[in-house]
Design a protein around this ligand. Structure first.
Ligand SMILES: *Cc1c(COP(=O)(O)O)cnc(C)c1O
Length: 403
């Protein structure tokens, strides 16, 4: 028995322990603490027979680099342990995990249900690429719950969820939607990136596929692109086949970065989530802020559902500015010093970005002022608070930035 197997085969352990142990080397002793980075397209076999044997189960060991190397499998194994799923599949990006999942359930002449608050590139994939192939998408109100039943047609093959919603953080009633889907024999998949595997367990709520942009909190240091999806046993073969057909395999360096990121995910999230919530509460008291869009705030619509299904909140939320002056958002963002302007989130650094909910299909966001997304990093909370405060002060002063 190798050193890792000692804990791998023990009794069930808590999440924090899994973060430390999951995906670590099995077998040989002594073994490195972390799995080595195995770079390979080609694995060499010592006989045709062993090659042919491996070809029968290409996903269960080293076979060909696109399927994965031991580094990929270690990352997949770690995520699967955290998600409580059947198997996980690593992909080139979060978007690749999403498009592989949706494609796995797409059929000619078919119909998809996707929340109107979906991550924008997913909307584009559905309308642009799938639309061209004759697959229709209805974008639904994320607060629809069991009402989703009325949108299902004979052609519906997948109900896709993203909770909370991108940029505006609407919380979906996952169990209500899953109940309807199961009754109609329709598959479900969710983008659970905001919660990470630590704060939401979609598979235990009955969702068939749980997806993460590992680019965000899992890699956690803003230096890699990676996606991962985890399925239950029922849909695994179907999703694996499509993921393989599309060829968007994960890079092994990125899998290694993600394994490293996982080890500290618990402490990073705890610290970033707590700081974000405290800042969100304080921002609610500021007159320049019309509302704070953060599911863990009791004032937020959908808070009760969040409290029922999630076990924590991460460090990303939005504010709606009170001023509808188009220059207000620019003045606020350009005045910030500790929040850099850039895509993505889930790293160690604070970020700010304007959101554009007006690009959505439903009129749910009409009349909203500028929505600005904040990613709270690991900087001293006082510095962040002071920075947000001085930027908001400028709005009250109404003075354009002199820079
Ligand atoms: C960033 C993001 C994605 C896409 O991940 P990439 O790794 O950038 O492709 C998907 N969903 C959500 C909610 C995201 O924020």
């Amino acid at each position: 028995m190798g050193p890792a197997q000692r804990f791998a085969e023990g009794k069930p352990v808590k999440t924090d322990t899994k973060l430390v142990t999951a995906g670590r080397p099995h077998g040989a002793s002594p073994a490195p603490v972390n799995p080595p980075v195995v770079r390979a397209s080609t694995f060499l076999f010592d006989s045709l027979k062993s090659f042919q044997t491996a070809a029968k189960t290409p996903f269960d060991g080293a076979f060909y680099g696109r399927v994965g190397t031991p580094t990929t499998f270690a990352f997949e194994e770690a995520i699967c342990a955290l998600e409580g799923g059947h198997r996980s599949i690593a992909t080139a990006s979060g978007l690749a995990a999403i498009t592989a999942t949706i494609t796995a359930f797409a059929e000619a002449g078919g119909h998809l249900l996707v929340p109107d608050t979906v991550y924008e590139p997913v909307r584009r994939f559905c309308t642009r690429t799938l639309g061209r192939m004759g697959i229709a998408t209805t974008f639904y109100d994320p607060s629809i719950g069991a009402g989703i039943a009325e949108l299902i047609t004979e052609a519906t093959t997948l109900i896709y969820l993203e909770s909370p919603g991108s940029g505006t953080f609407e919380v979906q009633d996952i169990p209500a939607i899953v109940d309807v889907a199961k009754a109609r024999g329709i598959a479900t998949a969710i983008d659970a990136t905001w919660a990470t595997p630590l704060y939401l367990q979609p598979l235990s709520l009955g969702v068939d596929v749980s997806i993460h942009a590992a680019t965000k909190y899992i890699v956690g240091h803003s230096d890699g692109m990676l996606g991962v999806l985890t399925t239950n046993a029922a849909v695994y073969d179907k999703v694996r086949a499509t993921a393989q057909d599309l060829g968007g395999c994960a890079g092994v360096e990125e899998c290694n970065l993600a394994l490293r990121g996982l080890r500290t995910l618990g402490v990073r999230l705890e610290r970033q989530g707590a700081a974000a919530l405290e800042l969100a509460e304080w921002l609610e008291t500021r007159p320049e802020v019309a509302q704070v869009l953060h599911p863990a705030l009791p004032s937020f619509p959908g808070h009760e559902i969040w409290a029922r299904d999630f076990t924590g909140s991460s460090g990303l939320f939005s504010i709606e500015l009170a001023s509808h002056d188009p220059d207000a958002a620019r003045l606020f963002i350009d005045s910030l010093q500790h929040f850099s302007i850039g895509f993505s989130w889930g790293g160690f650094e604070s970020l700010v970005l304007p959101m554009h909910p007006e690009s959505r299909s439903l009129p749910l966001w009409e009349g909203l002022g500028p929505v600005i997304r904040l990613q709270i990093g690991l900087e001293a909370q006082d510095d962040l608070k002071g920075d947000l405060g001085q930027a908001l002060d400028r709005l009250t002063a109404g003075q354009p930035d002199a820079r």
